[in-house]
Design a protein around this ligand. Structure first.
Ligand SMILES: Nc1nc2c(ncn2[C@@H]2O[C@H](COP(=O)(O)OP(=O)(O)OP(=O)(O)O)[C@@H](O)[C@H]2O)c(=O)[nH]1
Ligand SMILES: [Mg+2]
Length: 302
């Protein structure tokens, strides 16, 4: 692979080059680092994180947003980080976005990624793909991850703004993960407003938000399925995007997050690769009473 040539092709809008480049960083093939350097510094595209508990309609909603932004002439990239299926071992494609619908549209690029069982939803690969889509000139890159609690909301680290997507009936779950979801949203979405209980969910959400670190994030009720409330949501996101346009600090925050996430991904990978035989040895020592688990862990970490 010629990193320089691939970089200039993708910057020139070549979709195949972009797809290939993402594969290079995703698989950490030789030249991945050179490629990410060759595309130039990130910081142009607005990165919108979309997170929330499983099945709240994130992908359906992302599909709506893609359509809305395309209508406004914006170029939209999407990265859907799906948990690796324990059954198939493959990614559950973010197929609700209906990739086929955009087959002939150069203004949309959608990529699904398996989170590969790493400890976080985000990975080095995601961070790399964000940089590449940014370099390819997308105005907005939407990053969908499943967020359940504190551990799964790394999207917050790299996004310029975060949509938290909830649905009726999730009050207790949200309460349980309060420290997580209630502090990360720039906009809260109660999706599935066509179902019973949406208004109640809005009310309890507002209650939870007012009790959390003084967040004043807007709550928007939508039905991604029917397309209700999407303009209001667009307006709420626009208000946040204005902040991004004016804030060098937000760009710094995002790139800092990319560095941290990439380092975390690398460290996790190295731990997984190197540790199995050593952990076995340490486990025996622990069973023999020669080491405490915490001591063994410290030795492994070293
Ligand atoms: N009634 C109703 N159903 C919806 C709505 N939006 C999505 N759904 C349905 O909810 C289910 C899950 O939708 P997805 O868009 O895949 O949800 P998701 O949050 O991306 O799911 P994961 O990525 O697996 O966490 C699907 O059956 C959708 O058709 C809505 O506004 N109303
Ligand atoms: Mg999804």
């Amino acid at each position: 692979m010629d990193a320089g040539r691939l970089a200039s092709s993708l910057r020139g809008g070549d979709r195949q080059a972009l797809a290939k480049a993402i594969s290079v960083v995703e698989n950490d093939w030789a030249g991945a680092a050179a490629l990410l350097k060759a595309v130039g510094p990130p910081g142009r595209a607005f990165i919108l994180g979309v997170t929330g508990p499983p099945g709240t309609g994130k992908s359906t909603l992302v599909g709506r947003l893609v359509r809305a932004y395309r209508k406004r002439g914006m170029r939209v990239g999407v990265i859907a980080v799906d948990p690796t299926s324990p059954v198939t071992g493959g990614a559950l494609l973010g197929d609700r976005i209906r990739m086929q619908a955009y087959a002939g549209d150069d203004g949309v690029f959608i990529r699904s990624m398996a989170s590969r069982g790493w400890s976080g939803g985000l990975s080095r690969a995601t961070s790399g793909a964000l940089q590449l889509m940014d370099a390819a000139g997308f105005d907005i890159v939407i990053l969908e991850t499943v967020g359940i609690g504190q551990a799964d909301i790394e999207v917050v680290a790299v996004a310029h703004a975060v949509l938290v997507v909830l649905m009726p009936g999730l009050g207790d779950d949200v309460q349980a993960s309060k420290a997580g979801l209630m502090e990360v949203g720039d906009v809260y979405v109660v999706n599935k407003s066509d179902l019973e209980g949406a208004d109640g969910m809005v009310v309890s959400l507002l209650g939870m938000l007012s009790g959390s670190k003084g967040r004043s994030a807007p709550v928007v009720k939508v039905s991604a399925l029917k397309g209700d409330g999407i303009e209001k949501l667009e307006a709420a996101v626009d208000a946040v995007r204005v902040r991004f346009d004016r804030s060098p600090e937000l760009r710094l925050h995002s790139v800092r997050g990319m560095i941290l996430e990439t380092a975390r991904g690398d460290a996790m990978q190295r731990l997984e690769r190197l540790s199995a035989p050593k952990a076995d040895k340490l486990a025996k020592l622990v069973l023999e009473g020669k080491l405490a688990v915490s001591e063994a862990a410290r030795m492994l970490a070293k």
